[in-house]
Design a protein around this ligand. Structure first.
Ligand SMILES: [Zn+2]
Length: 241
């Protein structure tokens, strides 16, 4: 009887572990960090340069609450960044796309619906590009897959479609809401010349991201870094010319 109770407890414990692990996996999947993929050949995740320059990138917007907050901070600090927008969000907030371009930022493509498997890869890329073009008169050139997930075949398809897959080299992990200080530290501790930094301005309320952004910019500047859009960063890359 005693053994039975123990094993039952173990069973319950096992279930809890499974549920917890499942939850963590889900959180992880929401954003990514698959080192092998992050540095996959044929994707762009950093510039090879000795110059202290980095690109700030924001995914999952435009969001009517968080994107204006992020843009206000960037404007105040005189920083230009790159935004990987979702077509669905862009469709509802075309005025934010216009503001992005007007204020000197770059717009990248982050699919239409944020389907991790990207079953309608090309259709979604084209749909999002159409939304961006309708609002701004410019096409997207950089594509960041939802969660950073991508198969080799999908990578080839995107290249054939004339776009460049951009991942990242420094993950702020703002997607896990670890606290403002931790987000700042995740960037400052891992930054290097030519880094592409991952942040989010949509998906759900990004209050921590908004509060961490100013301190991140200040701390990077104190360390001698300047900021570039992805196109500008790519032009500095000694291995691409
Ligand atoms: Zn995303």
């Amino acid at each position: 009887m005693r053994i039975y109770v123990l094993s039952r407890r173990k069973l319950v414990f096992g279930f809890l572990v499974l549920i917890t692990v499942g939850g963590l996996l889900d959180v992880a999947q929401r954003s990514l960090t698959i080192p092998s993929l992050v540095r996959a050949p044929g994707t762009y995740y950093m510039a090879h340069t000795k110059e202290k320059v980095v690109a700030l990138t924001f995914d999952d917007g435009p969001d009517p609450t968080d994107t204006p907050d992020v843009l206000d901070i960037l404007k105040e600090k005189g920083v230009r960044a790159s935004f990987f927008v979702l077509g669905q969000a862009a469709q509802s907030n075309p005025y934010l796309l216009k503001r992005l371009v007007k204020e000197g930022h770059e717009i990248g493509n982050h699919s239409f619906n944020h389907d991790y498997q990207q079953r309608r890869l090309v259709q979604e890329m084209n749909q999002t590009d159409q939304e961006v073009f309708a609002a701004t008169g410019t096409h997207t050139y950089f594509y960041r897959p939802p969660g950073g997930f991508l198969s080799k075949d999908q990578l080839e398809t995107i290249k054939k479609n004339g776009q460049v897959v951009v991942l990242w080299s420094v993950d702020s992990k703002d997607w896990s809401n670890p606290g403002i200080k931790q987000i700042v530290n995740n960037v400052i501790k891992n930054v290097f010349p030519g880094a592409i930094i991952l942040m989010h301005d949509g998906g759900y309320h990004r209050i921590q991201t908004v509060k961490a952004l100013g301190p991140i910019i200040d701390a990077l500047r104190e360390r001698g870094y300047r900021f570039a859009t992805l196109s500008e960063l790519k032009m500095l890359d000694s291995e691409i010319k």
